[in-house]
Design a protein around this ligand. Structure first.
Ligand SMILES: *[C@@H]1O[C@H](CO)[C@@H](O)[C@H](O)[C@H]1NC(C)=O
Length: 188
């Protein structure tokens, strides 16, 4: 029991250090995009806002999705680091639940388990709301959220509307921050 408590405390400390957001209880279960069509979702999405994630400190963050030959999805994340260098990382996304195709999983390493990548709402042509939540020991959860767009910026009123969607699903986005998408290079 004491080991359990120690483990829990260190996990909380770790997530706090990483700037992640954790909450007691279990993950909210928001609805996802109806009739999600992966083929229309492929292509490049720009990060407008995110719920803090320490592994993405850069600006000009973008993600490009394309199909691999084995029908998994190739994920190419690109950004400009604070030192001005461009950085990219490749991963794989899979859709494992045919009944809920909007619930994808993404992994950036062979050794890393797939993290949830749920498309809560998208019109495929302008915006996408993505949510990722993991329960830890049935005691607390750590979550991430992204507002993505097909353009590097969105009108402020659209961002407000999109934020309201998360909130209406009981997702706490008070720690959401805007991603700097100015003076961005054309990534290859
Ligand atoms: C902004 O919101 C309006 C109203 O919902 C919509 O018609 C328009 O397409 C949106 N613009 C973008 C770039 O998403």
């Amino acid at each position: 029991m004491q080991e359990m408590l120690m483990l829990l405390l260190s996990l909380i400390a770790l997530s706090a250090v990483n700037g992640q957001t954790f909450h007691f209880g279990s993950c909210p279960k928001p609805p996802v995009q109806n009739n999600f069509e992966l083929s229309k979702y492929l292509g490049t999405w720009y990060e407008i806002e995110k719920l803090p994630a320490c592994f993405e400190k850069g600006n000009c963050v973008q993600a490009t999705y394309s199909l691999n030959e084995d029908a998994t999805i190739k994920v190419l994340n690109q950004e400009v680091l604070p030192n001005g260098k461009t950085h990219s990382i490749e991963g794989t996304a899979v859709s494992r639940n045919l009944e809920e195709p909007a619930k994808l999983g993404v992994s950036f390493s062979f050794f890393q388990p797939y993290s949830p990548y749920w498309v809560l709402s998208t019109d495929y042509e302008s915006h996408s709301l993505v949510y990722s939540c993991s329960n830890v020991l049935g005691i607390f959860y750590v979550d991430f959220a992204w507002i993505l767009a097909r353009t590097r910026t969105l009108p402020a009123e659209n961002v407000t509307q999109l934020r309201d969607v998360f909130t209406s699903f009981n997702i706490d986005i008070t720690k959401m921050t805007q991603t700097d998408q100015t003076n961005c290079p054309n990534f290859m």
